[in-house]
Design a binder for this molecule. Structure first.
Ligand SMILES: Nc1ncnc2c1ncn2[C@@H]1O[C@H](COP(=O)(O)OP(=O)(O)O)[C@@H](O)[C@H]1O
Ligand SMILES: [Mg+2]
Length: 251
């Protein structure tokens, strides 16, 4: 369980998260929706303990991570894998070396074992042909796949975290990445690897998540399934999710 209890986070006098509270089971498929600058990336950083809140508690698996040391946080981070916005690959490393990076740094596995694991992941993500290429030689969609493979390399997380995974991709490639994301989190709870996707693209969120939260002015103003999201009477949220109605059939 990932729980935020009255979390406050400010940058200077700009309050980004304002007594934010929610609970998410590791195996859930949740989309946190919100406009640019509402604090979506900030929430992911808080879950990983990369930043600490000014007030409130963040409880992961029953433990309050806001009081943990860096070494204790390392174990918490192992429960998750994150795919950063834009993929954030290492430009100077080949696909193989990008995917192998964490294994080489942290796993203590032999080069042969690493190669085997990298190949298995690359196969799973359908990017075998790209294994010796550099990131700049790949299409946007391929880059995202490599980023997902790299984030999975460190182990099997309880929950995947995706920060705007389809930004900058054309609609067809976005569809493709969404299908991949959904497939990685298929299966039944509690064995399923869950996901939290933060995005402003509602139609993509609809393809991968079963639970939707709307972040506005530092608070969750909506939390429910697709049916209740479509039925919301909040005029601002209705405007935000408008694309669900205008591109009917796309989700
Ligand atoms: N390191 C930082 N210093 C100052 N302000 C920041 C910093 N990081 C984020 N912010 C501000 O916090 C707000 C939320 O940022 P972010 O979580 O990145 O939003 P989102 O991911 O929803 O676009 C934004 O207004 C952003 O400008
Ligand atoms: Mg962001």
């Amino acid at each position: 369980m990932i729980e935020f209890r009255d979390v406050v986070l400010s940058y200077g006098d700009h309050v980004v998260l304002d007594r934010l509270s929610f609970r998410i089971n590791f195996y859930e498929r949740v989309a946190i929706l919100g406009g640019s600058g509402e604090g979506k990336t900030t929430i992911l950083k808080l879950i990983l303990g990369l930043i600490r809140p000014d007030e409130g508690r963040i409880i992961i698996d029953g433990q309050d991570i806001t009081v943990m040391s860096e070494s204790e946080l390392r174990d918490v981070r192992m429960k998750f894998s994150i795919v950063f916005q834009e993929g954030a690959l290492f430009d100077s490393l080949s696909v193989r070396d990008n995917v192998a990076f964490c294994l080489r740094e942290y796993s203590g596995l032999s080069e042969e074992e690493i190669e085997e694991r990298v190949r298995a992941l690359i196969r799973r993500l359908g990017i075998e042909d790209a294994i010796d290429l550099m990131p700049e030689e790949l299409s946007g969609g391929m880059q995202r796949r490599v980023a997902i493979a790299r984030s999975l390399a460190a182990g099997r997380p309880k929950t995947m975290l995706y920060d705007e995974p389809t930004t900058g991709l054309d609609p067809l490639t976005s569809d493709n990445i969404c299908a991949m994301i959904k497939e990685l989190s298929s299966g039944e709870p509690p064995d399923r690897m869950g996901l939290i996707i933060v995005t402003h693209k509602v139609s993509d969120a609809a393809k991968v998540a079963d639970r939707f939260m709307y972040l506005k002015n530092g608070k969750i103003t909506f939390d429910g399934d697709m049916k209740s999201l479509k039925e919301t009477t909040d005029p601002e949220l209705r405007a935000f999710i408008n694309e669900l109605f205008t591109i009917e059939g796309r989700c």
